[in-house]
Ligand binder design. Structure first.
Ligand code: HEC
Length: 157
């Protein structure tokens, strides 16, 4: 092979490599965006409309989840409301959601700490919650709302 010929081959190869990079780039970008908004098996809208209000609600004699969990350092961490507001902004709800996701197992209420920790031990709950027996039984309507949200989350979706 003569030298000028080799030079041509190298030049063509370099061009091809550049072309491949240009084509590959947009794909790389799309993938990066996808991972920036990870898909969750849990439905955020159902969480926001039905589950989250329970954390703010005064339920019987119990202190509200919000009263402690916006102050303490537990894994279950709720954002503080903006002054004068009675509910969270969407951005705050997303942060609350991220915290709650660490305490639930998709499709399985019986493996979800969010449901077990505040539930009375005789009803299948954990032995101690310093916030008390927030749910006496699994028939508590609020407990059932949260359990339904967990149950309908499909693992791996
Ligand atoms: C009086 C304060 C108080 C209230 C009210 C309260 N909690 Fe708690 N909760 C705590 C504290 C303190 C901890 C951490 C120590 C412990 O595990 O008991 C905790 C822990 C938890 C945990 C375990 C988090 C982890 O780290 O694994 C969950 C889940 C939880 N609470 C859910 C709730 C829910 C749901 C409500 C409302 C229905 C609620 N709590 C109301 C004080 C409270």
């Amino acid at each position: 092979m003569t030298l000028p010929r080799l030079g041509l081959i190298v030049a063509v190869a370099a061009l091809l490599a550049t072309a491949v990079c240009m084509v590959a780039k947009p794909f790389g970008k799309a993938r990066a965006q996808e991972s920036a908004t990870p898909k969750s098996p849990f439905d955020f809208q159902v969480y926001r409309n039905r589950v989250e209000p329970i954390f703010l609600k005064k339920r019987g004699d119990h202190a509200r989840c919000y009263a402690c969990h916006s102050q303490n350092e537990s894994t279950f961490h709720l954002q503080r409301l903006m002054p004068g507001q009675t509910s969270w902004t969407e951005e705050q709800s997303r942060l609350n959601f991220a915290s709650v996701l660490r305490l639930v197992a998709p499709g399985d209420p019986s493996a979800s700490r969010l449901l077990l920790h505040p539930l009375a031990p005789e009803s299948g709950g954990e032995s101690y919650h310093s916030g008390g027996r927030q749910f006496e039984t699994q028939n508590d309507p609020d407990w059932r709302t949260i359990a339904e949200w967990v149950r309908t989350a499909k693992p791996g979706s």
